[in-house]
Ligand binder design. Sequence first.
Ligand code: PLP
Length: 385
Amino acid sequence: MSYIADTYKRFNLKFVKGEGCYLFTEKNEKYLDLVGGIAVCALGHAHHEFNLMLKNQIDRILHVSNLYHIPPQETLAEKICKISFAEKVFFCNSGAEANEAAIKLVKKHGFTISPLKQKILSCTNSFHGRTTGALSITGQEKYRKDFGSLLPDVDFVEFNNIDSLNEKFDKNVAGIFVEIIQGEGGINVIDANFLKEIRKLCNSFNAILVYDEVQTGIGRTGKFFAYEHFKIEPDIMSLAKALGGGVPIGALAGKKKFMEILSPGSHASTFGGNYLASAAGCAVINIIEKHNILDNVNKAGEYFLQNLKALSEKYSFVKKVKGMGLLIGLEIDFPVSEIINKLIENKVLTVAAGEKVLRFVPPLIITNEEIDFAIKKLETIFKTF
Ligand code: PLP
């Protein structure tokens, strides 16, 4: 019997150690990790420099209340602002929580203008988290269906459909949530024209544009933030996952004028941006910058994508190779669970994005040799289908 609640279907694997892009079991079996804690372990496992910075922080101080100034939190906020459009940051502990903060901010913005301006738009096929608010704006029925009534005044625009967007947008929209690349939804990249139209409508209707960069942020797509590829800035954006490199932290970053909507007392988080989490965030950004890791994301991402494209041409059941940087999806015309299991037998870890997309979100430090190994194993498996 397990004392763990049954919210996860788990693979029969127990890892006790990690090193770079590899994980090791109790029996010292070595697995190539192309999951990276689902786009969390940007620096891989047991990164020496990262761990030293964490240990240094642990030995000084771990936590005080946000009633006081927390120097590493201030440093991290400044770093996030310096590498993005943002001017202020609120810290919390996860992606869902960052989106909850964004939902409250959007609601308050609308409510201040008119009690009718409460509508939140999101996209079909989106994923924004499992808490009640974040779930309410998640555009996939499978996650919502068992929970009855969720947040009111939420509507879904068809992803990448400008007509649907125009149809749903009106003066009662307080804000819209957008993923630049839908991660859980199957690695779907947003169309530039769709995004441009969203920005335009937000400006015309005084609605807040929220980018959910929880999965795409902190270097995953080859730039610090995925929106940079499109040169269209949001008003606020949510972050988590890779920001702490494995230490839980979430953030809502945005323009001062919008972030100030969350005035003292209107939102809070006990743990948000504590010393350890903030030190982790600072270390992740420092190390990415110092070692030019974005350059590796671009080169390794392109190498991975090209190799997958070559593979896809040989096997007709591979429908599409999609993504950017090291957020890559392989769309297959049958459920990918069988491939994931066979890859595990071959000591390679991958994760699904929806039923028919095999997702690769490895540590951002992955090498071409490691990619070669993964491609070789994939080909071995594909030959058997
Ligand atoms: N938003 C996006 C785009 C995500 O991919 C996820 C998690 O997969 C979340 C929000 C939720 O993040 P968390 O699991 O940290 O609450």
